[in-house]
Design a protein. Sequence first.
Length: 251
Amino acid sequence: MTTKISVRDVQKTFVNDKGEEVHVLDGVNLSVVEGEFLAIVGPSGCGKSTLLNCLAGFETASTGAIEIDGEVVRKPSRKRVFVFQETGIFPWYSVWDNIAFGLGDLPFEEKHEIAMRYIRLVGLEGFEKAYPSELSGGMKQRVEFARALAVEPDVLYLDEPFGALDAFTRLEMRREIVRIWQETGKTCILVTHDVEEAVELADRVAVMTRRPATIHSVLDNPLDRPRDPDDRRFRELKDSIFEILGVERRV
Ligand SMILES: Nc1ncnc2c1ncn2[C@@H]1O[C@H](COP(=O)(O)OP(=O)(O)OP(=O)(O)O)[C@@H](O)[C@H]1O
Ligand SMILES: [Mg+2]
């Protein structure tokens, strides 16, 4: 197993509008294996997005080091992309244009070949000329995935990517992300406040503490996919995470 991402003793302090220091990350250590699906859960406001932004190079750690493929992360890279909620796509562009947009100055034929490959991968064939306003929430989310995958990154950062979807579509997109992950072999890091989502999707679940946050523990999830939330082992893993989060599970 090759280490893809290594986070060593990362601290992050912001200075807020009032000039006060906000200590967000307090010595985060984490190692992500190439091709794995890692979920990060933690209390609201603990610094999950901040950690992801540091991993992606949008924020700089105050101290400590983040390395990807043995290189220190200093700035964003096309090799590592974010999947946003549906807001990441341009409403005035068609599905095809949204996906081709990130491909820059490639010759048309090449662009078309790549855009269509990812349109097919996310199950949007036939909708390439449609505009976002003509699509459902789940379809917009598929465009967002295709847009991110088309630049052929090797790491995908997913920050609450299903947050804007209704409950039914969210379940459908969870299955889709697993399929896409299995078909493409990317390293995926998902931030979610939804413990069930983390257990359904991830190979390992990192649980963060309250702010200033560290990683309390990283739990292995050996369950076979597709996973059944009613399975006893699924529930036990969920319970262990809730226990760490200090939340009483409602029966
Ligand atoms: N650019 C910034 N300047 C100042 N403070 C910031 C900045 N970005 C984040 N923070 C603060 O850092 C803390 C952690 O924020 P962050 O968004 O990383 O948490 P989170 O775990 O993703 O929260 P949520 O569960 O709401 O998504 C918050 O208190 C936030 O106000
Ligand atoms: Mg967040």
